[in-house]
Unconditional design. Structure first.
Length: 233
């Protein structure tokens, strides 16, 4: 049965199964996010999936309730219109879990998983049990197993580093020479000169394929003459 409108002749039992399956799928994906300490975890994903399923069930109920209206009525029913607003509305929750810290953006996967569980809730709400189960399994596999591939994927690592030092000739060349020795690529650079304190600040965004480079680079920069402060993240 592709669309499950009733189970054993009962609409109420079919709705209960839809809600339970949506909650289970949302909870399974939310549990994976919860284990990684994400702001939207088990309860958030469960509620999003359950709410999306409930709204989909309600949208299906409107045509049943007002089916007796004839063609002369001014009321026009479109069950898909209510469900479509779920896709738009979930964007506000997704945007709330995305955090930008300097050059680092966190929460994109969690936002995508919230969008996904809303889709799962709609799928189970329509009675599409098999497609919903398949999507839930694929989502869990991508979240769990694809994360294991991250250490072996050769991707760029970014470092935001700021060097505060006394203003002296040749300092910037010495700093950038250290970057060249360590095969660091300068993506962006900014500088601030404080004439009152005779102090200069260099802010670099560096990239390379190594996982960690901040501590070693900081130790090398600290040995340069005139360096007073180093900050990186």
């Amino acid at each position: 049965m592709f669309f499950a409108d009733t189970i054993n002749g009962s609409y109420e039992l079919a709705i209960l199964v839809k809600l339970l399956l949506a909650a289970l799928a949302g909870a399974a994906i939310g549990l994976e996010r919860e284990k990684h300490g994400r702001p939207a975890g088990l309860r958030t994903h469960l509620l999003v999936a359950l709410g999306a399923c409930l709204i989909t069930v309600v949208s299906e109920a409107f045509p049943l309730k007002y089916a007796a209206l004839d063609g002369t009525s001014s009321m026009r029913l479109d069950p898909a219109r209510i469900a479509a607003q779920i896709v738009v509305g979930i964007g506000f929750i997704g945007a709330g879990v995305i955090i930008k810290e300097g050059i680092t953006v966190r929460g994109l996967t969690t936002a995508a998983s919230l969008w996904l569980v809303a889709g799962l809730g709609m799928t189970f709400g329509m009675g599409l049990f098999v497609p919903g189960a398949m999507a839930a399994v694929l989502a869990l596999m991508s979240l769990i197993f694809l994360k294991m591939l991250e250490p072996v994927i050769n991707k760029d690592r970014y470092l935001d580093i700021a060097v505060t030092a006394s203003n002296r000739p040749g300092l910037q060349d010495e700093v950038e020479a250290l970057f060249v020795e360590r095969r660091l690529r300068i993506t962006d650079v900014r500088s601030h000169l404080d004439l009152q304190h005779d102090e200069i600040v260099f802010e670099y965004i560096l990239t390379q394929h190594r996982r960690r480079m901040g501590r070693e680079l900081t130790e090398a920069l600290a040995k340069l003459d005139g360096v007073r402060k180093i900050r990186y993240h």
